[in-house]
Design a protein around this ligand. Structure first.
Ligand SMILES: C[S@@+](CC[C@H](N)C(=O)[O-])C[C@H]1O[C@@H](n2cnc3c(N)ncnc32)[C@H](O)[C@@H]1O
Length: 289
């Protein structure tokens, strides 16, 4: 891939836990491998681009090592700028018996430079009190909160993809599409390239294609690549169902008040060329923004 090619790298790497797709390594060896992948991601990243590295804990003999803590120095050594450490909070997972059950992971959001794409208006969420107005002072009577909605903050409550989730495939730890949609909308523009170097069953690609971005990725397990192809095909046919971004987390008090599953619709198929069939004809896209 050419240098400066992608606007967003978003991924969840193997956590070195001995899942079916990884062999457990010594932590130093794991970090050395991650450094190699991160170096390439930095090389292909556009100057206005972002890297989002979603990780949880490495667990060794019952002791946890938060991977964002040990990975941060690698990103910093490439001169990247940390903008947020987003806490992704979810409700389901294994029940621990010798420590509190883990119910969050993090997304480290880095930018390559100080001039970076951040479309906050594209990802605002509803205000708690949208009709609230200033009651005194020069703005008395005017709406006191942004009518476009509020900043979603750096704590995101999004269900993880477990057995009952509508997006569940055989993959043991796939992204929910809505998690990646928010990053894609905030950090890229239409037609930009989005890269996932550990693509799994193609969730990043689906979130990117849904919003008229272009997608590229790598995955070592043929079975997951096949499922990614099938999901993208279903999305293209209008039969892939996902949990919508606008759906609130299940509330037992109001179980019937909710947004139904959404059917994915892709943008123009012309937006996704066959990169490796014509690689010499692609160049970095830097439109005026
Ligand atoms: C945490 S999962 C990512 C799942 C993905 N976010 C999704 O939504 O499906 C990590 C993925 O990295 C893949 N992987 C492991 N080593 C790899 C390598 N050297 N190159 C490419 N992919 C690899 C695994 O097979 C696994 O699917």
């Amino acid at each position: 891939m050419p240098a400066g090619f992608v606007k967003l790298v978003v991924t969840s790497p193997p956590y070195n836990l001995g899942k079916p797709y990884e062999s457990r390594l010594d932590l130093d060896e794991y970090l050395a491998q991650q450094r190699q992948v991160i170096a390439e991601c930095v090389r292909v990243l556009n100057d206005r681009g972002s890297i989002c590295w979603q990780v949880g804990n490495y667990v060794d003999n019952g002791e946890i090592i938060p991977l964002d803590i040990v990975l941060y120095p690698i990103f910093a050594s490439f001169g990247l700028h940390l903008r947020n450490r987003i806490v992704w909070h979810f409700g389901h997972g294994l029940h621990a018996s010798k420590r509190f059950s883990g119910r969050y992971e993090v997304v480290l959001w880095f930018t390559k430079t100080n001039e970076y794409v951040f479309n906050l208006d594209a990802v605002r969420i509803p205000q708690k009190y949208p009709q609230k107005r200033y009651f005194k002072g020069p703005k008395k009577g005017e709406l006191s909160s942004n009518p476009l909605g509020k900043n979603p903050s750096d704590v995101w409550e999004i269900p993880n993809v477990k057995a009952n989730h509508i997006e569940k495939t055989v993959h043991p730890c796939q992204f929910p599409v809505e998690l990646i949609e928010r990053l894609v909308l905030a950090m890229t523009g239409e037609h930009d390239w989005v890269l996932d170097p550990f693509m799994g069953v193609g969730t990043t690609a689906i979130a990117a294609l849904m919003h008229n971005r272009r997608a590229i990725g790598a995955e070592i397990m043929a079975e997951y690549v096949q499922i990614a192809h099938e999901r993208i095909y279903q999305a293209d046919q209008g039969t892939l169902r996902i949990r919508p971004m606008t759906r609130s987390v299940y509330d037992p008090e109001t179980p019937t008040v909710n947004v139904p599953p959404q059917v994915v619709r892709l943008g123009s198929p012309l937006l996704q060329p066959q990169l490796f069939e014509n690689s010499s004809s692609y160049s970095t896209q830097e439109e005026a923004e």
